[in-house]
Design a protein around this ligand. Structure first.
Ligand code: C2E
Ligand code: MG
Ligand code: MG
Length: 559
């Protein structure tokens, strides 16, 4: 049979055109184009097989590309074409003739050769595209999908009106660097892999539910709403054991933000936003680091963002005010000191520190505020001294966010010395710390201040976990006993009192002075006196006072 040259050329053109918008091997357009050429050339089937060289290894299973399923190929009548690829690999096309047809002519065999070359290009392209797809949509280390795939997949669910069936979750493996340190990086990756596989095993539909890796130990997952409880339980803590290189068992936990996606959700980016927002709040919670996104959370986040955005200008405009809360000697009820506490005066409203300090601690902006407070306190003390008033020691709070600042001591001293404030008038309050790293920094700063004659107080004593070590290892001047010790513990009424008594006694024996904060009633005062503690701070005497009111207290001191 003669090949119609015009039709053949047209079919090839068509094929090449289709290849331009090739989506992959299963692209029906491309299949149709190949079928068209194949029918002209009386081809029953084309097998494409990839071999690793040397050819006889025959390891590659190869791709099978069948053009016709009608009629069995005649195994004796096929054309065999080999091409070598990069990396020394080999691709073999076996092109089978339709059963019952007369043999191919020379001209047809030549054209079949051209077709085989085209298929070689086609397959190469398909493989490159597959590779590109893999790199775009997969995480290579864990062989699971990535964030790009997640967004595409979620958009697909939205367009098919199916998104309302799902919950999304952003999670991070907690302290995974510790696990890596404990077992080594390689074993750590293995553990991460097992954790993800086990999590996936909670899904019932592996096509629709999935975990995608965002990067490092951050993941985003999407699953049916009815699986939320089991996934939350899994993320709260799962023990993973591995045998390589030695038997190791570790507890893996995650912090997570969840979002029960509503039917009305209209973009994958809003899903990513909501789970990330919930996660960002959850990650700072020590005990139960899991949060579901809802309107209340959105409002909370709105407030956080507002504080963060307004802060730089507010600092510049000096909207932050120093309030002074007196410290009182219980023997004669004289003013003996004060704590400087921050208030934000914004748009005619006085905002308490609970509303903005935790927010500023998140991005270390608190450090600027602490320096600002110290500077304002020093400025006030300077002016009081210049006016010839009697002055008391003022304590300034220093956030833990300062740890890591190598110049902290120099920064503090330069502010104090700029106003030429005698060091005896300044005390620095620091809270307990839980990590070893910050403990080292804490130690340095407490010793450093000590050397320069500046007192240090451990604030909220008794609320952290390392209290006793902290007093043993550092030369504090003052222990500020937390107000919670004054509460009536209903379950164990005596517990707080016993602890209060012993903390006071211990401090005394160690030569550290103790003060109790949150002293609200005369009963509290009596309790302190009974336990030989004669320093107090609290509403029983004064609220934190604006500067001018505190100045009246200073004036009484003189009288
Ligand atoms: P803190 O350093 O433990 O300060 C004592 C807190 O207890 C103050 O709350 C004070 O107003 C409150 N208080 C005093 N007496 C009583 C009382 O009798 N009963 C009760 N229930 N509370 C009392 P405030 O002013 O709201 O400050 C809260 C926290 O904010 C402070 O706790 C401190 O950790 C932080 N803070 C305030 N100003 C600054 C600052 O300039 N820098 C830093 N880093 N933190 C600050
Ligand atoms: Mg304090
Ligand atoms: Mg305190």
């Amino acid at each position: 049979m003669e090949v119609n040259a015009a039709l053949y050329a047209e079919a090839i053109d068509d094929f090449l055109l289709k290849m331009e918008k090739l989506r992959g091997e299963d692209d029906p357009d491309c299949q149709n184009a190949i079928e068209k050429i194949g029918s002209l050339l009386r081809i029953a089937m084309i097998n494409v097989t990839f071999y690793r060289t040397p050819e006889n290894e025959h390891r590659g299973e190869g791709n099978r590309l069948c053009l016709y399923r009608n009629g069995d190929p005649d195994m004796d009548r096929f054309h065999y074409q080999r091409e070598s690829m990069e990396n020394g690999n080999l691709v073999v096309y076996s092109i089978h003739q339709k059963t019952g047809d007369p043999d191919w002519s020379e001209q047809e065999i030549e054209k079949i050769g051209v077709l085989a070359k085209m298929l070689f290009v086609y397959n190469g392209r398909a493989r490159v595209m597959k590779m590109a797809e893999y790199l775009t949509f997969y995480d290579r280390d864990l062989s699971i999908h990535n964030l790009t795939y997640f967004t595409q997949y979620a958009d697909g669910l939205i367009s098919r009106n199916r998104i309302g069936r799902f919950t999304a979750c952003y999670f991070n493996l907690r302290r995974f660097s510790n696990i890596n340190q404990q077992v080594g990086r390689e074993c750590g990756s293995h553990i991460m892999n097992i954790f993800v596989q086990q999590l996936c095993s909670l899904f019932t539909d592996e096509e629709e539910e999935m975990v995608c890796r965002i990067g490092g130990d951050n993941f985003i997952a999407i699953f049916y709403k009815e699986h939320t409880d089991s996934i939350l339980k899994f993320l709260k803590g799962t023990e993973i054991s591995v045998d390589t290189p030695v038997r190791t068992r570790v507890m893996v936990t995650a912090s997570a933000g969840f979002y029960n996606i509503p039917d009305s959700c209209d973009s994958s980016s809003s899903i990513v936003d909501c789970v990330s927002m919930a996660y960002n709040v959850a990650k700072d919670l020590d005990k139960e680091p899991y949060i579901f996104y809802d309107e209340e959370l959105r409002e909370h986040i709105r407030e956080i963002t507002m504080v963060q955005n307004l802060f730089p200008e507010a600092l510049e405009k000096e909207e932050f005010l120093v309030y002074y809360q007196p410290k009182v000697n219980l023997k004669n009820y004289q003013l003996v000191g004060a704590e400087a506490l921050c208030r934000w005066y914004h748009n005619g409203e006085l905002i308490p520190p609970g509303k903005f300090i935790p927010v500023l601690e998140q991005n270390r902006a608190i450090c600027a505020l602490d320096f600002y407070m110290l500077e304002h306190v020093c400025r006030d003390i300077r002016s009081w001294l210049d006016e010839g008033r009697d002055v008391v020691k003022v304590s300034v709070n220093l956030s833990r966010c300062h740890f890591g600042n190598m110049n902290l001591l120099t920064n503090l001293l330069s502010i104090i010395d700029k106003y030429n404030v005698p060091h005896k008038y300044i005390e620095i309050e620091l809270t307990e710390t839980t990590t070893d790293v910050s403990f080292k920094d804490l130690k340095e700063i407490v010793f450093g201040l000590q050397e320069h004659g500046i007192d240090t107080a451990v604030d909220d004593f008794g609320t952290g976990y390392s209290s006793l070590n902290l007093v043993r290892e550092l030369p504090w001047n003052v222990v500020k006993i937390d107000k919670s010790f004054l509460e009536n513990n209903r379950d164990a009424p005596e517990q707080n009192r016993v602890m209060l008594k012993h903390i006071i006694a211990m401090s005394q024996e160690m030569g550290i002075s103790s003060i109790v904060e949150g002293v609200e009633t005369l009963e509290h005062v009596k309790l302190l006196k009974e336990n030989n503690c004669f320093l107090a701070q609290g509403f029983c005497f004064d609220q934190p006072l604006p500067k001018n009111v505190f100045e009246e207290r200073l004036a009484q001191l003189q009288a």
